[in-house]
Design a protein around this ligand. Structure first.
Ligand code: RB5
Length: 171
């Protein structure tokens, strides 16, 4: 249960090896496999939370698994990557979790800024929107970028919106 008075910031201080939480639904299943191997080839630890086949599944459960992993596991995961048909359903579901900032990106520029400006802790991709090579470029741009602290003030404001909404008060 979240204490309304304080929503803790997700810590990344205990990260040793760079570790990514990954999931998709059926529409993103094939692209997820490509991304998983790409990340492992780059030296990342990848936890694949499913889906484990191409049969039709519902994306909210997979978004939730990655959102919880990124939010809860003591900073063990640097970030998450979610893949569905458009990236939209996954991002909408993931953003229901307090402290999660999930950005859908279809090109590398937005992916880089999603981290530099928004400190997005989950990247969402649309397998019906981007091809494999573009998806890898997007993932690389996102993972190679670093948050710029000068944007912290706006993230604090988002956190305050989250806190106020969860307490039923208005900002
Ligand atoms: C599944 O058909 C599709 O709706 C899903 O993958 C995703 O694109 C939803 O936003």
């Amino acid at each position: 249960m979240t204490d309304c008075a304080s929503i803790p910031e997700i810590s990344s201080s205990s990260i040793a090896k760079r570790r990514v939480a990954l999931a998709s639904d059926h529409a993103g299943f094939a692209l997820k496999a490509e991304i998983r191997e790409h990340l492992r080839a780059r030296g990342f630890d990848v936890n694949d939370f499913g889906a484990h086949g191409a049969e039709s599944v519902d994306y909210p459960a997979y978004a939730a698994a990655v959102a919880r992993a990124v939010r809860d596991v003591n900073g063990a995961f640097e970030c998450g990557v979610l893949v569905c048909g458009t990236g939209l359903g996954m991002s909408i579901a993931a953003n229901k979790f307090s402290g999660i900032r999930c950005a859908v990106c279809s090109e590398p520029y937005s992916a880089r800024l999603a981290r530099q400006h928004n400190n997005a802790n989950i990247l969402a991709l649309g397998a019906r929107v981007v091809g494999i090579d573009m998806a890898k470029d997007i993932v690389d741009a996102y993972l190679n970028a670093r948050f710029e602290l000068r944007h912290q003030r706006r993230l604090d404001q988002i956190k305050e919106l989250e806190r106020a909404e969860s307490c039923g008060s208005s900002v």
